[in-house]
Design a protein around this ligand. Structure first.
Ligand code: GRF
Length: 200
């Protein structure tokens, strides 16, 4: 069984989309994969309620309760490791998880740590991606699913979705257009990752 742990900090709309597709497309039957836990670093993350309603384990690890970034990441890694199965370490999916992870955490989860970023990487790593795309006069914008490495937003690209930038767009209208594509892209990219691991 391949367990999937999703990390969130906010509304969790990507997490919800992944949960919906995993159920609808029966990832359990196809790849022996199931979403077992949603972990948030913020107690007020809206996605927590949604995950609990779906019968998924939820947990809050408040980063402010830890003296150092390393201590928080160690606690997070231990929590995730509780979901490793005997022959199969958990797949870790970052879905709006607003923390920079330490190199030690990234190394420990190498090859099974995925993120979605709201730009067409390698353009616009980091924050405020939509405003930066508008300021640069881009005709298109989009989102990228990538493997996480210790360089922020620079790991191998797994999948991308492109949307047009329309006249009169604001950062908010562009973010909404991109987000609606993220909800299609991320489940598809995870499914492809699982398919690939099953074929190996
Ligand atoms: C998404 O735009 C994602 O690309 C970014 O943070 C946002 C999270 O949204 N990393 P949600 O919490 O999934 O609704």
């Amino acid at each position: 069984m391949r367990n999937i742990v999703i990390l969130i900090s906010g509304s969790g709309s990507n997490m919800a989309a992944i949960v919906r597709v995993a159920r609808g497309d029966d990832w359990a039957a196809r790849w022996g994969a199931r979403i077992v836990a949603v972990v948030s670093n913020r107690a007020d993350a809206g996605g927590l309620r949604l995950a609990a309603d779906e019968g998924i384990d939820t947990c809050v690890l408040d980063h402010r309760q830890y003296p150092t970034r390393d201590a928080f990441d160690e606690a997070l890694a231990e929590r995730i490791a509780a979901y490793d199965s005997v022959r199969c370490p958990a797949l870790v999916v970052l879905a709006g998880f607003m923390r920079i992870l330490t190199p030690g955490f990234v190394e420990r989860h190498r090859g099974r740590l995925l993120n979605i970023h709201p730009s067409l990487l390698p353009a616009f790593p980091g924050l405020h991606t939509h405003q930066r795309a508008l300021d640069a006069g881009c005709a298109v914008a989009g989102a990228t699913v990538h493997e996480v490495t210790s360089e922020l937003d620079q790991g191998p690209i797994l999948a991308q979705a492109v949307v047009p930038v329309l006249p009169g767009d604001t950062a908010a209208s562009l973010a909404a257009r991109v987000l609606s594509q993220e909800h299609l892209l991320y489940p598809r990219a995870i499914a492809a990752w699982l398919e690939q691991r099953t074929a190996d």
